[in-house]
Ligand binder design. Sequence first.
Ligand code: AMP
Ligand code: GLY
Length: 422
Amino acid sequence: MRILVIGSGAREHALLRALDRDPAVTQLHVAPGNAGTGELAAAHPVDVGDPAAISALAGGLGVDLVVIGPEVPLVAGAVDRLRQDGIAAFGPTAAAARIEGSKAFAKDVMSAAGVPTGRAIGVTEESGIGAALDALGAPFVVKDDGLAAGKGVVVTEDRAVAEEHARAVLAAGHPVLVEEFLAGPEVSLFAVCDGTRALPLLPAQDFKRAADGDAGPNTGGMGAYAPLPWAPPDLVDTVQRTVLDPVLAELARRGAPFSGLLYAGLVLTAEGPKVIEFNCRFGDPETQVVLELLDSPLGELLGASAAGNLEGVALQWKSGAAVTVVIAAENYPAAPVSGDEITGIPAPTADAVVLHAGTAQADGVVVSSGGRVLSATASGPDLATARERAYALVDSVRLRGSHHRTDIAAAAIAGQVSGPRR
Ligand code: AMP
Ligand code: GLY
């Protein structure tokens, strides 16, 4: 199997590392990739927002499968274009990717499918902001209803701050979604889908806020761990029955069957799991830990999804746990500084790897080139060991001005998991 992976983050580096373990995978390509992916795959330049360019590259390389990492090419129709051109692709069509591309569409699908989620009010004019905030009350949840890479959400007790964010989103030309605050621990559950079936992966937890103790602004994600020792044993079955299966059925009924990776962002409320958002692709950094624990051949799994046939596929997992800690550039997320030299990255081993994200080669050295620079990822027989190994990786890396959270997986190990911060 010859595979082309589209994207340049630590998620794509993790996909390549797991694909490389699959004995059926004979050739790996990546576009555009980063300074770390070159060890596993041949790199090619591409404009990830241009479906025709992606298809031309895949056709020229003669690959058997294209795996799309980020949401932007999916929402732009890369999978539609590849399939038209007769090339197998892992990911949803543009019509199905709307589950992430439009929060209002996602709410409409959930409402039609009876999926548990918070109440929400869409706002398109400044005059509507106050009434929506009053109707749902504090803590206020105000979202940018467009692709915002996890950074378009403000959760606050402060009505003035909520109003200001809503005005800023409207001023940028996007609709606003005001939501009911959901209290409880957060879970990311990924499912590989083939249009009708959803095959859940291990549940993981992401750390969205920039600083320890869930302080600071929302980010793309500062760390993750899997599995979740505190989760109820029937969690995955419950989400399959109440969320994944009904959403797939509703999308198929609308003529937009979902294949690829459906990411359910959930809050475990007192009334059960409720959806805060869907993504139409693997999550970053959760993918780094979930794939580190996957024992089944990933190429075969993604190929079966692309072929629309997951029937009879069962997944094997390594025992133990995995932890990833994101090393972010100075001033991330506000205005990340790039161009700084990175040293001290240890060689990967079977249970520890520093995955690259915002990195580039410049004059023979590796330099930072984005907000989330590296993802220090390790597995172990238990969560505490995996965590120690991940932080040992973090300690060995040198990047001027960089920052990371020091509390990834700490509450889970201490048995003190709590909900999102207001
Ligand atoms: P999103 O981009 O929708 O995933 O939101 C980013 C983060 O904001 C989530 O991971 C939560 O921590 C928080 N959040 C979003 N929506 C809600 C909600 N309805 N209730 C509580 N927290 C939320
Ligand atoms: N970790 C959150 C996301 O990938 O959207």
